[in-house]
Design a protein around this ligand. Structure first.
Ligand code: NDP
Length: 244
């Protein structure tokens, strides 16, 4: 598409799924990128121009802030951060290892706050910027075996709306993206095989046609690409055949 160099966009969880698709799309639109996830080689393999990929765990607040400083030193101030990194470890509440709750809350909630922390001061000073947080339809309603995941995503919805109100006076936009089921690696980290099989059956009930990562990337870019004075507060999107 464009060969013009556009401002820096930071994407967490850019090594697979939605984050990876979003990296490709923003790069095609000419943006410089800072890509963050733990698997560096997957981000480097994208081989995108004007892109710095760094291996960062979003639960490491200092490492995330340092990576943002490094990206901004190279490409100039971040115009947006897409806080997308997340894990979904489904489990039946009496059997699930509580360590899995810790991981989801650490990555899905504190990881998002760490991303906000790394950019908010600069955006407020510049009176410009977009913070786009990837939540889920599971941030709006319950699903079976989703207790801790739903809890983490309700938290993303809640903190994002509060953040939007607080940053609005500084001309900084905050957007929540809430997808339904998307075909990515996400389910693969759930350890309960029965729950995984049930989830696959649920997707098959939709004719196997859930959202693609590109569908979500398009929604993220749509929100970002609005005129500066327009804040898309939330986008909820799911496969047409997804009922819940
Ligand atoms: P994937 O599993 O394909 O991607 C998850 C990304 O998050 C990977 O790049 C992974 O990179 C990164 N990540 C996980 N843990 C960490 C960590 N501690 N530090 C840094 N990066 C991390 O799943 P999706 O693309 O589906 O997920 C993206 C977001 O979309 C998540 O927030 C998810 O909850 C949300 N979502 C997904 C839906 C779906 O059905 N797929 C539906 C609704 C919302 P690495 O392992 O290299 O660190």
């Amino acid at each position: 598409m464009s060969t013009e160099k556009k401002p820096l966009i930071i994407i967490t969880g850019a090594s697979s799924g939605i984050g990876l698709a979003t990296a490709r799309l923003f790069s095609a639109h000419g943006h410089a990128l800072l890509l963050l996830a733990r698997r560096l080689e997957k981000m480097q393999a994208l081989d995108l121009p004007n892109t710095l990929a760094l291996s960062v765990d979003v639960t490491d607040r200092a490492a995330l802030a340092a990576a943002v400083q490094q990206g901004e030193a190279r490409f100039g101030p971040a115009d947006a951060i897409i806080n997308n990194a997340g894990v979904m470890l489904l489990g039946e509440i009496t059997r699930q290892d509580p360590e899995q709750w810790d991981r989801m809350l650490d990555v899905n909630v504190k990881g998002v706050l760490n991303g906000v922390h790394a950019v908010a001061t600069g955006m407020v000073q510049r009176k410009r910027g977009s913070i786009i947080n990837v939540s889920s339809v599971a941030g709006r309603k319950a699903f079976p075996n989703h207790v801790a995941y739903v809890g983490s995503k309700f938290a993303v919805h809640g903190l994002s709306e509060n953040l939007r109100e607080e940053l609005s006076t500084h001309n900084v936009r905050v957007t929540t993206i809430a997808p339904g089921a998307v075909e990515t690696e996400l389910l693969g980290h759930t350890t309960d095989e029965d729950i995984k099989t049930g989830y696959q059956a649920w997707k098959a009930d939709m004719g196997g046609k859930v959202l693609s990562a590109d569908d979500v990337a398009n929604a993220i870019h749509y929100a970002y690409a609005q005129p500066e004075g327009v804040c898309i507060r939330e986008i909820v999107l799911a496969a047409t055949r997804q009922q819940a």
